[in-house]
Design a protein around this ligand. Structure first.
Ligand SMILES: [Zn+2]
Length: 252
């Protein structure tokens, strides 16, 4: 039987103790594979994405313990964490601008649990979609599983999070919550603000076209245009970035 070595810790692995990655590398199931969250897809991962993810979990777990755990006990309304996901695995902290995806690990014979986490800046959340799949359960009956898929920018490691939720209604309330945080207003009651953003965007595009025609289009101008377009679509995230960076800077 072919023996391989774990590409991270060097341990010798075999058929049962190895996890093959998409790039042909192997990692050990006993230690290194367990450092990844279960929702991280190891089969599709490369060695560099696995090591980035492991670093992400190590740092995220620190942030979880230092910032999120104290906030779970807060009495201050503005600091309260918002939870989503089938078992509440996703925590949003509006006061720090951070998002944590958590996984509890229970040890047999030892009371208590440890929590691993990946922490993201809310400002980097650039996509949230609903997804579902039909699977056969243990009794052979078809069952629909529901997911939310979150996409984060500026994120080495796991930048796409596919988390199980109870149903599409849960997704709707989550999407509404994020839209509200970012000031992306889709409801008719708030159309004025959306309209203003769209007008700003339209003016910026017109300006860019004119500049291109005059030959005065430069990178700064192009970047400004993209920024205004992003604001219309994704909301203004300046304050969310500042909040999150201040919180992360305090992590030891
Ligand atoms: Zn290993």
């Amino acid at each position: 039987m072919a023996k391989h070595n774990c590409a991270i810790c060097g341990a010798e692995v075999g058929l049962i103790s190895e996890q093959k990655l998409a790039d042909g590398n192997y990692i050990c199931r006993k230690v290194c594979s367990k450092k990844c969250l279960k929702i991280f897809n190891q089969v599709e991962a490369t060695l560099s994405s696995v090591t980035s993810h492991i670093e992400q979990v190590e740092f995220g777990t620190k942030v979880w313990n230092q910032i999120f755990v104290p906030l779970t006990k807060t009495k201050v309304k503005e600091e309260k964490l918002k939870r989503f996901g089938r078992n509440g695995e996703l925590y949003v902290s509006p006061s720090t601008g951070l998002v944590a995806v958590t996984e509890n690990r229970y040890k047999i014979f030892i009371f208590g649990k440890t929590t691993l986490a990946c922490v993201y800046r809310l400002a980097d959340l650039y996509g949230y979609d609903y997804d579902y799949e039909t699977v056969k359960n243990s009794e052979g009956k078809e069952e629909t599983k529901h997911y939310c898929v979150l996409m984060f920018q500026n994120t080495p490691g796991m930048y796409q999070v596919r988390l199980e939720i109870r149903g599409s209604k849960d997704f709707d309330s989550m999407a509404k919550y994020f839209d509200t945080q970012f000031g992306i207003q889709k409801t008719l009651g708030n159309i004025k603000n959306t309209f203003k953003h769209q007008m700003d965007a339209a003016k910026a595009i017109a300006g860019a076209f004119k500049a291109a025609k005059d030959g005065t289009m430069d990178e700064t101008k192009a970047e400004e245009t993209m920024d205004i377009l992003d604001t219309a679509k994704y909301g203004d995230r300046t304050e969310w970035i500042a909040k999150a960076d201040a919180a992360l800077a305090s992590v030891k």
